[in-house]
Design a protein around this ligand. Sequence first.
Ligand SMILES: [Zn+2]
Length: 488
Amino acid sequence: MNYEPVIGLEVHVQLKTKSKLFCSCSTEFGAEGNQHTCPVCLGWPGSLPVLNEAALKLAIRVGLALNCKVAERLKFDRKNYFYPDLPKAYQISQYDMPVNGRGWLDIETRTGLGTRDSGLEIRRIGITRAHLEEDAGKLLHEGIADGSLVDYNRGGIPLLEIVSEPDLGSPQEAYDYLTALKAILQYLEVSDCDMEKGSLRCDANVSVRPVSQEKFGTKVEIKNLNSFKMVQKAIQYEIERQTEALVNGETIVQETRLWNDAKGTTFSMRSKEEAHDYRYFPEPDLVPFTLSRETVEEVRKTLPELPLERAKRFIKEFGIPEYDAYVLVQEKKLANYFESCVREGANAKLASNWVQNELLALLNAKNITIEHCAVSPHALAGLIRLVEKGTLSGKTAKDVLQEMAATGKTAEAIVKEKGLTQVSDTGLIEKAVEKAIAANPAAVAEFKAGKQKALGALVGAVMKETGGKANPKLVNEILINKLGTRSS
Ligand SMILES: [Zn+2]
């Protein structure tokens, strides 16, 4: 029997507000333990929560971008459970009247596979809801000899929980969904989406069923997933584990499992609670209220161009391949950089390649982000123009880029200083070619015997002779001519 996975994701996004969801404590990361606390977020008797309007507006912003139905009537509920990181012994969340109801997110499902076919392949993934809730505190166990410590700085920070429909059919699709969602959140500027700081967290619900079966299998929730790659690996593992269990006639237990990245396995944490285990009931300190349509429309007016729209515009306006456009728009800052580069006069296709390959490699090697890169879009456009005009060969241009990053100088200045202009003087190249032929009789013989590869060694010799400055196209032509054979 064939089995298929059914996957749904729950993403917790920390909303970028100055103060917490129900009190005026700071949300700043990295403060000393329990410095950002007050009677409200510590749950002292008699204290009353007040909803943060900025957090509500950010939640609506996300809801609109995810095509959700924004509620007219809102209510907050208490989700009851006892754990030391929750001083009130309940979390204020939203149960049956969330701020954002049904919506959807269109994702491109092919880019992650590394293929470069043209044409976007869009899959629509349903959004069940996106509701507001407060974060819990943080328990610290490490390096503490007896007992544990609890830090309530994070307690009460606004979160938006975005729940997808079980529409995802593979670990790769889950990865693509998260990538697309993160890009949207970045474009909306609602969160810094930093997984290391915990401002973006993901839990995965995975079940497996026989292909012909309509009814879902028993679902398992996986927590403790700290990167998109981990989500992908954990889902893959869980699909295999559940399929094997079913094949062996075992039953799947509904439970919460944790991912152990070192071992590459999931393990059982606890049997899964049902909603009724939390005894949800309306938060009596926050009365239900009506959200005016004017407020929603006001928020809608401030929505920026979103990644998919931007990709479509890049394709239309700049004529770059769909694959390139989609990859570029995933990182807002990278897309901004590329767009500036084209506006500064760079050829769009070349700019797309340079930004995605050389510039990214440079940033990775230096371990810096694009805003700390010494090469401005204007400067990169200058370098690309030199490549386009044939003044610089691709190889030399890459070296020039390194120099630009190190010194902050323009490509033109570096080329002038070092006399790097590409040699397109056929006389000069001919001399170098003759020299290379004379010095490499073995390669010449091999080439004449039909080994195309041998040409590479000769081209290399010519490039060495000319200090890497010879125009490679001319070198090839002249070499083939001198060797008396056409390669085609
Ligand atoms: Zn507080």
